[in-house]
Ligand binder design. Structure first.
Ligand SMILES: Cc1cc2nc3c(=O)[nH]c(=O)nc-3n(C[C@H](O)[C@H](O)[C@H](O)COP(=O)(O)OP(=O)(O)OC[C@H]3O[C@@H](n4cnc5c(N)ncnc54)[C@H](O)[C@@H]3O)c2cc1C
Length: 562
């Protein structure tokens, strides 16, 4: 189930992709754990890694659409595998790639062919890219940009500051979001981080990665640098984040996998009072829960890829699954690390472990590219149609085919989310009703419909985001369970593991129901409903033991080369 570098071969992908992914794993293993950790501690800029990227044309191969260069393709299935590998070895390395993905988004979405060709040439020569959306004073409120583009006789000049912009120290092209001074229209344009009017102020974070603050002072632009104007510029910002934010879940998975090996190998070999630590029942429970959560993360993420790659004008279901990969899968990653850390305790602080870095890195992913709140607010828009107004679609198959995902660059206006319909979520639950915890969870999930019809949020609650976000968490669990089951069916996931996953989900649902009960504004009817959702998962020692055996077998399975 876990990525194992000793036997890594993503057989579902084409030969050249397999070679490149394997080469990436080999590069990290050859560099070795000591060097990787020392570089992170000393905050060394990753020149050798970027040299390797350049030599293998890694970012160029994975990040150029075939519409720009027919010998390459943008393929979300292999990008997911790449993201997981990078997360497995270090979030800093992943971040250099991730902000390149984001920086390229507005370029590939543009009709500016000259800019596209320039970007493709730069990528081929080993350049990285950057995405300049955030500003120091405005956070999520990108509407209030103070990056001002002023028309001049020969073109334009741009003046303003950007904050938290990855790769701003070296990026070949930085896609920058701002406003036109004369019309107040939004605009996306490209700048060169080496230009004399591009002022690198500092690295905002204390890390190997460079999260820059920069200023443009009368930076000269021509039409050749303009990527988008008006509503298109705003859509390009959101649609780029749609493409990029999926990578956060696979990074989170990679971090959890590497940490899992370290944790189980340590705990299983540590003898306290004459017995392995893993003989404690609560320790086994932590490991089994962490394993179940991590498996669910992988199942959900894998199935989401199929919906992303099959998306089109008439099938925008990915817009719901995407924020859930971002918000839910990455939050689950935090839970996995917490469960493991509670067991390995002091070991998780040791400076020569991967784990100690993971404890900080795993926290980043739910917070970046839209916080948990922002993504939950997005998820809520889909709830009525998802629950009450399904539509039939052709079955979406597994999408590991070596094709280009051109729709990502033509997603269209980011409007009409509440109108998107979904295939009926209930049949897949019914198909798995032989698993007691799936059956139990399905009952809880159905009860959301009762809540929304019999004790719906009143007018005041509908304006109370605190109340609604809690409802969003409950709803998210239903969608999460649906795609977990779909992928489990496709891959033939073992019933013990699947039922154990739903043991966790039943408890999580009860937890959010309890939180709803406790909200200041919850009505009597809502409180009664919430109490009714506190269900005990079906306990089965044999099932638990079967999952534990899978966990135990991971002890000693992998240790990064020194
Ligand atoms: C390491 C790192 C790297 C980054 N890299 C980049 C990059 O390369 N390019 C780039 O452009 N940005 C980058 N960012 C910025 C990042 O995307 C923002 O931090 C993030 O979007 C949230 O903004 P904020 O942290 O300022 O929170 P704020 O916007 O200040 O939000 C504060 C609070 O308000 C809540 N909130 C705000 N709006 C809403 C809403 N609509 N609904 C519900 N709740 C809401 C938030 O959830 C949060 O709890 C990076 C940040 C970091 C730390």
């Amino acid at each position: 189930m876990l990525l194992d570098p000793n036997h890594y071969d993503p057989a579902h992908l084409d030969d050249e992709t397999r070679r490149l992914l394997r080469a990436t794993v080999d590069w990290f293993e050859a560099r070795g754990k000591r060097q990787l950790i020392a570089d992170a501690q000393d905050k060394v800029w990753y020149t050798e890694f970027l040299d390797f990227v350049k030599q293998e044309k890694l970012f160029a191969t994975f990040c150029t659409p075939s519409s720009v260069d027919g010998t390459k393709r943008w393929d979300a299935a292999r990008n997911a595998a790449f993201s997981e590998v990078l997360g497995f070895y270090g979030l800093q390395y992943w971040y250099a790639w991730q902000v390149t993905v984001l920086g390229l988004g507005p370029i590939w979405m543009s009709s500016n062919e000259e800019a596209k060709q320039k970007a493709a040439t730069l990528l081929d020569s080993g350049a990285v890219f950057a995405f300049g959306l955030s500003e120091k004073e405005h956070g999520a409120d990108v509407y209030s940009t103070d990056m001002i583009v002023t028309p001049t006789e020969n073109g334009y000049t741009a003046t303003g500051g950007k904050y938290y912009i990855g790769n701003g120290n070296v990026a070949g092209m930085v896609s920058v979001f701002g406003k036109l001074a004369d019309s107040d229209e939004y605009v996306f344009f490209a700048v060169d981080s080496r230009h004399e009017n591009f002022h690198l102020v500092k690295n905002v974070v204390d890390s190997q990665m460079f999260v820059s603050e920069f200023r443009l002072d009368d930076y000269p632009l021509t039409d050749a640098d303009i990527l988008h104007r008006g509503p298109d510029a705003f859509s390009a910002a959101l649609n780029t984040v749609n493409v990029g934010k999926f990578n956060l879940c696979t990074a989170s998975i990679g971090i959890c996998e590497h940490s899992f090996y370290e944790a189980i190998t340590h705990a299983h070999n540590r003898i306290l009072y004459g017995n392995p630590v893993t003989d404690f029942p609560h320790v086994r429970q932590n490991f089994v829960d962490a394993y179940a959560r991590l498996t669910a993360m992988k199942l959900f993420a894998d199935r989401s890829v199929d919906y992303f790659r099959s998306a089109g004008e008439n099938d925008r279901r990915y817009l719901l699954f995407n924020p859930i990969t971002k918000m839910k899968v990455t939050s689950e990653g935090e839970q996995v690390i917490d469960l493991l850390w509670d067991v390995i305790a002091a070991k998780g602080f040791e400076k020569d472990t991967y784990f100690t870095r993971a404890t900080a890195d795993i926290r980043a992913l739910p917070k970046l590219e839209g916080t948990v709140h922002v993504n939950l607010a997005l998820v809520l828009k889909f709830m009525p149609n998802y629950l009450f107004n399904p539509k039939s679609y052709d079955e979406v198959p597994t999408r590991h085919d070596a094709t280009d995902d051109d729709f990502f660059w033509h997603q269209g206006p980011a409007r009409g989310l509440g109108k998107i319909q979904f295939h009926d979520w209930e049949p897949i639950y019914r198909e798995h009703a032989h698993l007691p915890n799936v059956k139990l969870f399905h009952e809880q999930a159905e009860a959301i419909k009762t809540l929304l019809t019999k004790a719906a949020p009143d007018e005041a609650q509908q304006k109370d985001l605190d109340f609604l976000l809690n409802l969003g968490h409950l709803f998210t669990l239903v969608v999460y369970g649906q795609l977990v089951l779909e992928q489990a069916k496709i891959t033939g996931t073992d019933d013990s593991v699947l039922d154990q996953i739903f043991d966790v989900l039943v408890r999580d649902f009860a937890g959010y129901a309890t939180a709803l009960h406790g909200k200041a504004s919850s009505t009597e009817a809502q409180q009664q409903w919430a109490i009714g959702q506190i269900r005990k998962p079906h306990a089965d020692q044999d099932r638990f033991n079967a999952v534990w055996q899978q966990v135990e077998a991971l002890s000693g399975r992998y240790e990064m080369r020194p």
